[in-house]
Write a protein of this length. Sequence first.
Length: 604
Amino acid sequence: MSDIIQLLPDSVANQIAAGEVIQRPASVVKELVENALDAGAKEVHVMVVDAGKTSILVIDDGCGMSATDARLAFERHATSKIRKADDLFDLHTMGFRGEALASIAAVAQVELTTRMAVDEVGTVTTIHGSRFVSQEPVQCAVGSQFKVENLFYNVPARRKFLKSNATELNNILAAYERIVLVYPHVAFSLHSNGAEVSSLKASGMRQRVIDVFGKRINQDLLPVAVDTTLCRISGYVGKPEAARKKGAHQFFFVNGRYMRHPYFAKAVMAPFERLVPQGEQVPFFIYFEVDPADIDVNIHPTKTEIKFDNEQAIWQILSAAVKDAVGKFNDVPSIDFDTEGKPEFPPFIPGNGGSTPPAGGGNPLYNPFKDTRGSHDASNMRHWEELYQKTEMEVTQERTLFDDQEEKDAPADIIAEKSPIHYQYKGKYVMTAVKSGLMIIDQHRAHLRVLYEEYLEKMRMHRWASQSMLFPEIVVFPPTEADVVVQLAPELSEVGFSITDLGGGSFSIDGVPADIEGVDATAMLREIVAAAKEKVGRPREEVDAAVALTMARRAAIPQGQVLSNEEMESLVNRLFGCSNVNMSPDGKNILGILQQEEMEHLLG
């Protein structure tokens, strides 16, 4: 029998490796920018065309490469960052495997132009699909310039599964944010199709966060700082009022590397447990500095999953540091000076004769250690089994009630014989009598369902009026969200928003939907963008649903609002005109019915 096992060609092996390392254009941007930072660059410029599908250009002013290194850099496992296995436990660079450039060159057409400061001329190296094309001298600046064109041109299946330009650009912006937040002393710029998306000057850590996410976030940041023998933690955490249901900016970095760590995220949120509503998240930017020997970054090709040697101890340190930051922010108690109309209580002075101690009561003969079980009627204990026995008739009645429940709860039957008089319980529930018993409706969820379906219908019919604002409001978005606002422009216009792009991530809100008077337009727009950001590249119906749900949440009747009988009647009638009367758009129960039989049993 002939041998069947053989070594794969290097080009095939590189394409297989590229499947792990290079997943989309954002992966190329991440690897090239990290290489620039490892080379000591002080300025990094990124330019993409068609969200990186056509071209990606990364220019840096780092140390550059010699002609020999420029050729060798594209070989698999060729790296200048480690020499032996022990170096894996003392990493001080972003990259170390020597796979990135080989993987990129395997699935794209790459041109590298580079020069070292000691050389008079540089070199330009061209490689297409792992195949060396040419290398020749060229006049260029000190540093490196990587040009990656036609990504996945030789792997059609991979290129076919790339998402839309909007989705891929959003992924590039996310990767760009994760890098620039770690290196505030480096200047960055990002251009898409010739237009400037971001330009960041070298600055401090707090200023870099402000430059990326806008000046508004500055007032919401609380400094976090702690230094122990295990780790050093610094950064910022948001104030409780900065909590958001969606779109909260949350970042962890360890030794200058972005990471995901749900376990540490719980440590940050633990001090906010009683300070923010359930389900909301606060922003945070937390930077860890630990001994490289105490972490393992070599467990995933993207290096975003990192294992800590002392994970539980660091969790406790992080939680205590965040709790201390929140405590310092809230350490001044509020003083209520509004005492008009409030009763005055005179101070108690001992010996003044103004009060007497309460008289004691109780049975002086009671002994808690005396056994009194014999005083009970023993016959009650002997016949306890009879209490749990049901007659055959009772069982039959229960089955009948269960089988007929769906028929009794049909919306048509309920609305047909409901009472015109309603009762509001604690400003939260609307209660009304119906044929089968007492119907209890959550007023907020009911109004949410009503508004959600009305808003969707108006968006489909394109008949939403706009109310001009007397004083336009300016709102600033980070690059990842500013692009979403531009894409959402047609949908926002259809629902009544009039928004002007001022450039640089700034937008002017000139008009709002006519039916949402009194709602904070800026906060609503931020929530709409955060919700739609998760739907970028999805069908138009999903984006419309996200916009409608966000607007409905903002405009729905809040818990605790007192309603008149006419308002409750209108709400109930509008609810039963919806396609789904039982569930809110976010999947929560709207109403329940206390059956007549249950009430009779309760009071029987």
